[in-house]
Design a protein around this ligand. Structure first.
Ligand code: IMP
Ligand code: MG
Length: 184
């Protein structure tokens, strides 16, 4: 799955992720007793976290997905978001929990929350696996958080670089040679 020289530094191990997901699952289970929980995963980065988190939650829920793409350069989000795939279900009156892989500038999530809010859910909260608060440009409320990370580009556990490394079960930074295209 990985070549040895692709990893720079492991930031979050599988064991740390497992413990955190278990803890978040317990909290969400407690907070959403008797609610009409809809889990909204933001494709594609959130699916690994979403799948693990859903199994750590022991109340009924339904899944739905949105796919969005941000205009502009690949590593810098512009805040202008295009919906590539919208929800299949209506969320009016439901208790919506948006599941994200990472909140970086916050622009993507801010835009997404505005769209969802206009559809009148009973409640709207956010659960993100990672948070890079150092890079925030707009204030967004994160209700459930996995890990705060430093201002570094990370991959693994759903997060990608050029579409790769999503299936690696831990979070790490890449050997800088990869960005230069010198490692194949
Ligand atoms: P924001 O609008 O800047 O908050 O952008 C968030 C999106 O940028 C995430 O959903 C990721 O797709 C991507 N992103 C931001 N930081 C990273 C990172 O360190 N690794 C991989 N993707 C990232
Ligand atoms: Mg994303």
């Amino acid at each position: 799955m990985l070549k040895n020289n692709e990893i720079d530094e492991i930031l979050i191990t599988e064991e740390e992720i497992r413990e955190k997901v278990f803890e978040l699952g317990k909290k969400i289970t407690r907070d959403y007793q008797d609610k009409d929980l809809v889990f909204i995963g933001v494709l594609r980065g959130a699916i690994i976290f979403m799948a693990d988190l859903a199994r750590a939650i022991s109340i009924p829920m339904i899944f739905d997905f949105m796919a969005i793409s941000s205009y502009g350069a690949a590593t810098e989000s512009s805040g202008v978001v295009r919906i590539l795939k919208d929800l299949d279900e209506t969320i009016a009156g439901k208790d919506v929990l948006v599941v994200e892989d990472i909140v970086d500038t916050g622009l993507t999530l801010d835009y997404l929350l505005r769209i969802l809010k206009s559809r009148k859910p009973a409640s709207l909260k956010v659960c993100t696996f990672l948070n890079k608060s150092a890079r925030r440009k707009v204030k967004v409320k994160v209700d459930y958080l996995g890990f705060d990370i430093p201002n570094k580009f990370v991959v693994g556990y759903g997060l990608d670089y050029a579409g790769k490394f999503r299936n690696v079960p831990f979070v790490f930074t890449l050997n800088p040679e990869i960005y230069k295209g010198e490692l194949k």
